[in-house]
Design a protein around this ligand. Structure first.
Ligand code: FAD
Length: 286
């Protein structure tokens, strides 16, 4: 099914993100994750793409195939372009088409100072146009409620986002954020700029202080006072921090649903029990 069809009903959709197992983890470990997520009936499950790796080693396509063909759930394959040539992208698109994947989250990827970028694609908009020209896929893209860290201003970031949508992105998934007001302001600016595709809110449940600090240092998300207090209070009590992080995510989601969000995209971190607790808490609101 094409992604844009999913949002025609105008009720919030609930989707999930998983990542491929680490190199030595073995592909079979993903079955445990998916077994734990399947009964949540997500609108789709997206699978991240390890930027910079060897394309033939990348298991995103294989996992998408498992999600579609074994679990009967719609997959979305993430695909980054800054470290890929057009030939690499063609190879991956052919693989995805062969296994029946119809949806791609088209991304630039982070610039790694130790890995010189290839030169066929500079930004995600070029990948969106490239995939769109083939006509085989429905395309999603990323967006940033607190502005992408490389951007000089929110205005230029939103203008680039508008261009990405004009190139063919039919649906947006946001970077994680912890203050819903940031998301609402961003959504309003998008609508004013003429970005009218569905925007799903990316929610990451906090389960460890070091993990979340590493993540926000990479993506530039800010930590509101309420969350900072929670992290400090429970940093040495993992169970309490996990419970508090789940409660925080549920609180964010309830407020987002009350504010007519198009969808919630939960970063599961391959921990199904956390997604289960969050989905159970909001089941009646779906
Ligand atoms: P772009 O849209 O290219 O934007 C990057 C920067 O360039 C922004 O500052 C933007 O304003 C600017 N820009 C955009 N277009 C232009 C233009 N034409 N001219 C000049 N400037 C421009 N990374 C992975 O490696 N694997 C993943 O699976 C993955 N999944 C992700 C999923 C989500 C939902 C999100 C939010 C991020 C994900 N990332 C992933 C991280 C992502 O690759 C990085 O955030 C990356 O730095 C930017 O990717 P982008 O597609 O948003 O880039």
């Amino acid at each position: 099914m094409k992604i844009s069809k999913l949002f025609e009903e105008h009720r919030p959709r609930f989707s999930l993100e998983v990542f491929p197992p680490k190199k030595n983890g073995g592909i079979e470990t993903i079955y445990e994750t998916l077994d734990g997520l399947k009964d949540l009936k997500p609108a789709f499950i997206s699978v991240t793409y390890g930027a910079g790796g060897n394309i033939a080693d990348n298991s995103t396509c294989e996992i998408c195939s498992i999600i579609k063909n074994k679990y009967n759930i719609m997959p979305i394959a993430h695909l980054t372009c800054v470290n890929n040539t057009k030939a690499d992208i063609d190879y991956i698109l052919n693989e995805l088409k062969t296994v029946g994947v119809e949806n791609i989250l088209a991304l630039r990827g982070d610039i790694n100072p130790d890995v010189p970028p290839k030169h066929d694609f500079k930004h995600a908009d070029e990948l969106v146009s490239y995939i769109k020209a083939r006509g085989d896929f429905s395309i999603s893209a990323a967006c940033y409620p607190e502005c992408h860290p490389d951007s000089d201003s929110m205005v230029s970031d939103i203008l680039h986002l508008k261009h990405k949508v004009d190139c063919g992105a039919e649906h947006l998934v946001s970077q994680l954020f912890f203050n819903n007001e940031d998301f609402y302001e961003f959504r309003e600016k998008c609508r004013i700029a003429g970005i009218n595709v569905p925007i799903e809110a990316g929610i990451m449940p906090v389960t460890s202080k070091s993990g979340i600090m590493r993540m926000v240092s990479m993506c530039g998300a800010s930590i509101p006072k309420k969350l900072a207090k929670m992290l400090n209070r429970f940093e040495n009590n993992p169970k309490a921090l996990e419970d508090a992080g789940i409660a925080y995510a549920i609180d964010q989601i309830v407020d987002l649903i009350s504010s007519d969000v198009d969808g919630i995209h939960l970063y599961t971190m391959n921990k199904p029990y956390i997604a289960q607790r969050i989905f159970a808490a909001v089941e009646s609101m779906r």
